[in-house]
Design a protein around this ligand. Structure first.
Ligand code: FE
Length: 196
């Protein structure tokens, strides 16, 4: 199966699950992904970062055989092969770092933790909680640290019930563009924004 068809099939199979499972957020996994991509697009970032926003939780759809709610699911790592091979580091790295970005923001921003949902606070503890000074330095040195922090902010906001977004098909079209040789990191063409 083609990679983008595979991504479409993953959303078709798992997208209707309530995001974050038992500690459900008020939106489905698909709604969360679309809202996250929309927020990235509104921020006028690269197409790669919009794609990362769309796909940041796709690891939740891979190897889903139930881990208990008391263990870190490492979902940020599970799609790395697919994302790196299909789209390159500009998409894969912000996805890989989006959990670390939450731990980073909790540590450096006193107000950040206060706006996390209960589900996100729960997973934060499983993911290691606040960062040490050494961990923060290592995060700062990551080439895609700033993109991961931006993605994290959209991730936290992308939980609004009933919000209107473009359909998945629209963002799959963007993924198709990204797959073209030389397109990685390209900026979104103006006419794509107009086609919502
Ligand atoms: Fe998320």
């Amino acid at each position: 199966m083609d990679c983008i068809e595979h991504i479409e099939a993953l959303f078709a199979r798992h997208g209707n699950a309530l995001y974050d499972g038992a500690r459900a957020e008020p939106v489905t996994a698909l709604e969360h992904a679309l809202q996250c991509a929309q927020l990235a697009e509104w921020a006028d970032v690269s197409t790669s970062l919009v794609a990362a926003a769309l796909l940041h939780d796709i690891g939740h759809f891979i190897d889903t055989a139930g881990l208990p709610d008391t263990e870190d699911d490492a979902h940020e790592l599970r799609a790395m092969g697919l994302l790196t091979q299909t789209f390159g580091l500009a998409v894969a790295e912000p996805v890989r770092l989006h959990v670390a970005a939450k731990r980073y923001l909790v540590t450096v921003s006193p107000n950040y933790a206060a706006q996390l949902t209960p589900a996100s606070m729960h997973s934060l503890q499983l993911q290691g909680g606040p960062m040490s000074a050494v961990e923060r330095e290592l995060f700062d040195d990551q080439p895609y640290a700033s993109q991961a922090l931006a993605l994290r902010r959209w991730d936290d906001l992308a939980k609004e019930p009933g919000k209107a977004t473009p359909p998945l098909r629209y963002y799959l079209g963007m993924l198709e563009q990204l797959r073209q040789p030389g397109a990685l990191g390209a900026r979104r063409p103006a006419n794509v924004a107009d086609s919502r």
